[in-house]
Ligand binder design. Structure first.
Ligand code: ZN
Length: 144
C-alpha cells in the first residue's frame, strides 16, 4: 500500500512537474547529466535577500530523475542559501545511506526512499540535487 502511494507521488511529479523551465536572467545555474540512464538536468535560481527566491529545473530523463527534481524545487524554494545547502547535504546523505531516512521536513521526498534498494537508480534520484549543489556553490558572498 505504502509502495503504491509512493509510486503515485513519483508519477504525479513526473506527469505534472512543478517549477519546470528556465529562469532568465538567473543568478545561479548549473547543468549535469547521468550518462548511465540518459538523464539531464539544468537548474536555474534567482536570489533575493540571501534566499532562493525562485528555482526551476529543466531537462529530460526517467521518472525518478524528473520527479526528484520537481520535488527538490518545492523543497528549496524560499530557503536561505545556508539552509538550502544543508538540506541538500542531508538528503544526499540519506540517499547514500549515511544518515537514516526520515524527518518531518521530507514530505514527498519520502517517496524516494524506495529508490535506495536500486543502487543504479540512486544516481537518477540525486542528479538534480547534485546540480543544485553545484549551482549554489557558485553563489558569491555579495549575492548571499
Ligand atoms: Zn534515470
Amino acid at each position: 500500500m505504502l509502495e503504491e502511494l509512493y509510486q503515485e507521488i513519483i508519477l504525479d511529479h513526473y506527469r505534472r512537474p512543478r517549477n519546470k523551465g528556465k529562469i532568465s536572467p538567473s543568478d545561479l545555474q548549473a547543468h549535469d547529466t547521468n550518462p548511465l540512464c540518459g538523464d539531464e538536468i539544468e537548474v536555474t535560481i534567482r536570489l533575493a535577500a540571501g534566499k532562493i527566491a525562485e528555482i526551476k529545473f529543466d531537462g529530460h530523463g526517467c521518472s525518478i530523475s524528473q520527479s526528484s527534481a520537481s520535488i527538490m524545487t518545492q523543497k528549496l524554494a524560499g530557503k536561505p542559501l545556508e539552509e538550502a545547502r544543508a538540506f541538500i547535504e542531508e538528503f544526499l546523505g540519506m540517499m547514500r545511506g549515511a544518515i537514516p531516512f526520515g524527518g518531518r521536513e521530507l514530505g514527498d521526498l519520502k517517496a524516494l526512499e524506495g529508490v535506495m534498494k536500486f543502487p543504479v537508480r540512486v544516481k537518477c534520484a540525486t542528479l538534480s540535487w547534485h546540480t543544485a549543489q553545484k549551482a549554489l556553490a557558485n553563489a558569491t558572498e555579495s549575492k548571499s
